[in-house]
Design a protein around this ligand. Structure first.
Ligand code: GTP
Length: 597
């Protein structure tokens, strides 16, 4: 296809504003899908994605559209992930496009996630076409939302396309706008090959499939290519595109988006943002913008039943086949036994992996307190990065510690602002900016990431009844007065619960933790002290009083079935307990204790 007849675009939208529904409609109208296939959302193809309503992996479809001017265009529609954890993947998808449809729910208006994506899109010099979706809803207020787009985002909105992706209204108009308003790609097809690796995933039949955008030259089947950042060479054995079904092609020329396979076994051998060039007469300079992905949040994952360790290892390895952005290494804990220390892009990413292990692989897991990466400067001048509280060096050897900070933008209706400001203040936040647009506030805070990884997002949602949106970026390390807090149950430290906290926050966090554990750990035959301590100093304490020997003793009378139930319950409980010295702690206690209230 000549460059003039190609359009590469993505759809940016706040969660639930209708991105997937619109994408499916575009595919349907251009003939890629039947009505029945439409009924299953195509672009979101993992179960968890569906349930959580988020798109994790970018996918791309090629559509052929014959416009009103009689010409047929090749439209490459790129689906991008919708969460801050996957910001780098988003940035590469955006770099592969020349424009974007900005989908805004006409009843909800502009949200923070939309803003963050729009700014990124503008940074990539995209032509942005506003699309007001859900105009079928009685609450839709097209004029108000147009004003918001102009006021908040600064984009002209008078030519916004009005759609109802659900009822199929305005879909032709969207396609016409793509052709008319989004510029065609540029690129010298005779120059040496440069293709950007946009995404990759594991397919059981094809092996690793790589999504590419060809920037210059031509990518052909049978070519020997070099992955410049990775420093590896491969033979291209398939070239194609998705419509959304796979269609094989002979080549992809500059300006085009498509996929290749090259008998690659693991996704970890492909780095998003890498430059692919030919081995012979290849490019000498890579494309700009390559970044190695780095884990931001770490936690330990341990099987509840030690016998499941091998199964956990296999399951983690399998997941990793398809998601190179999480890392794992073996870890052994005095109390939890053998497990893995895992690194994630963010908390949502952690939850997704944890949920998949539990659900798809049927594993009972104990997750230790999530931790960020701290920089420790030792008195002898050495520096080290710390992502496990268990590895914290002796305090007397530490000169300074630094912790990662983020800048967060929160967007919420005015009525919830007070609660949100308090939350940010409590989490050591520094307010940077506060502006109003109509009855909505946009507040910018700098926050230590450490204070955000616990339960910030959940708290934000509950304070705002789900109306607040939250977006963040990392802004580097800053010194902090950080200490390691241990939790002791019956005088034994429970390593899964130890964490690095700011000294000021230690006492309240320690107290919460002890109070929680008091309710979560069942009574034993003896008194159990629960303590939070920094070094040798106890900062909080609770005591679980002793219990009478026979659990059935309290059902005097002789109700046999009730007695049986109790005994059974006790037995079941046992299966999911961890022994700490002489104390049994139920599995739920770990997870619940880590959730601050
Ligand atoms: P993420 O993938 O989570 O980012 O969400 P999304 O933006 O892809 O939203 P999705 O297409 O999944 O739509 C969210 C919900 O809005 C679904 O229940 C859709 O059926 C509904 N929806 C989408 N478009 C319309 C529309 O035009 N009108 C109405 N009434 N509902 C719509």
């Amino acid at each position: 296809t000549p460059l003039s007849h190609i359009r590469n675009f993505s759809i940016i939208a706040h969660i639930d504003h209708g991105k997937s529904t619109l994408a499916d409609r575009l595919i349907q109208v251009t003939g890629g899908l039947t009505e029945r296939e439409m009924s299953e959302q195509v672009l979101d193809n993992m179960d968890i994605e569906k349930e959580r309503g988020i798109t994790i992996k970018a996918q791309t479809v090629r559509l052929n559209y014959t416009a009103k001017n009689g010409e047929t265009y090749e439209l490459n529609l790129m689906d991008t992930p919708g969460h801050v954890d996957f910001a780098y993947e988003v940035s590469r998808s955006l770099a592969a496009c020349e424009g974007a449809l900005l989908v805004v729910d006409a009843a909800q208006g502009v949200e923070a996630q939309t803003l963050a994506n729009v700014y990124q899109s503008i940074e990539h010099n995209h032509e942005i076409v506003p699309v007001l979706n859900k105009i079928d809803l009685p609450a839709a207020d097209v004029d108000k939302v147009k004003m918001e787009i102009e006021d908040i985002i600064g984009l002209p909105a008078d030519e916004a396309v009005l759609t109802s992706a659900k009822s199929g209204i305005g879909i032709e108009e969207v396609l016409e706008a793509v052709v008319a308003r989004i510029p065609p790609p540029q690129g010298d097809r005779d120059a040496p090959l440069k293709a950007m690796l946009v995404d990759s995933w594991y397919d059981p039949y094809l092996g690793v499939v790589i999504l590419v955008r060809v920037i210059s030259g031509t990518l052909k089947k049978g070519q020997r290519v070099k992955f410049m950042a990775q420093g590896t060479e491969h033979l291209i054995d398939r070239v194609g595109c998705m419509r959304p079904k796979i269609e094989q092609l002979e080549q992809l020329a500059a300006g085009e988006i498509g996929f290749i396979t090259a008998q690659i076994k693991e996704v970890s051998q492909t780095a998003v943002g890498d430059t692919i060039t030919t081995v012979k007469n290849g490019a000498t300079e890579a494309l700009p913008g390559f970044k190695e992905v780095q884990s931001v949040v770490f936690c330990g994952l341990f099987p509840v039943d030690a016998a499941d360790f091998e199964k956990l290892r296999e399951s983690i390895s399998k997941l990793r086949l398809n998601d190179a952005s999480f890392t794992f290494e073996m870890e052994s804990s005095a109390a939890l036994g053998q497990g893995f220390r895992c690194g994630f892009l963010g908390l949502l990413h952690l939850e997704i992996i944890q949920e998949r292990l539990t659900r798809e692989y049927d594993l009972d897991l104990i997750t230790t307190a999530p931790s960020v990466v701290y920089k420790v400067v030792m008195t002898n001048g050495d520096e080290q990065f710390l992502h496990n509280p268990a590895d914290m060096p002796d305090v007397v050897k530490i000169k300074d510690m630094e912790e990662p900070w983020i800048q967060a933008v929160i967007y919420c209706p005015d009525e919830y602002l007070g609660g949100i400001l308090k939350l940010c203040q409590d989490r050591r936040g520094i307010q940077k900016n506060l502006t109003y647009v109509g009855d909505r506030a946009q507040v910018t805070y700098e926050l230590p990431l450490n204070e955000v990884v616990f339960d910030f997002y959940d708290r934000l949602k509950s304070i705002s009844r789900g109306y607040a949106s939250f977006d963040y970026e990392q802004i580097g390390l800053r010194p902090g007065d950080l200490v390691k807090m241990n939790i002791m149950v019956n005088a034994e430290p429970v390593d899964a619960l130890s964490m690095i906290v700011h000294r000021q926050a230690a006492e309240s966090r320690g107290r919460h933790m002890c109070e929680r554990l008091k309710d979560l750990i069942p009574r034993h035959l003896f008194k159990i002290p629960i303590q939070a301590a920094i070094g040798g100093k106890v900062i909080a304490r609770e005591t679980i009083s002793a219990m009478r020997k026979d659990v059935t003793a309290k059902c005097y009378g002789g109700d046999i079935s009730r007695k049986k139930k109790l005994l059974e319950k006790q037995k079941k409980g046992k299966a999911k307990m961890r022994e700490y010295g002489s104390v049994s702690i139920p599995q739920e206690a770990f997870i619940a204790a880590l959730r601050m209230g």
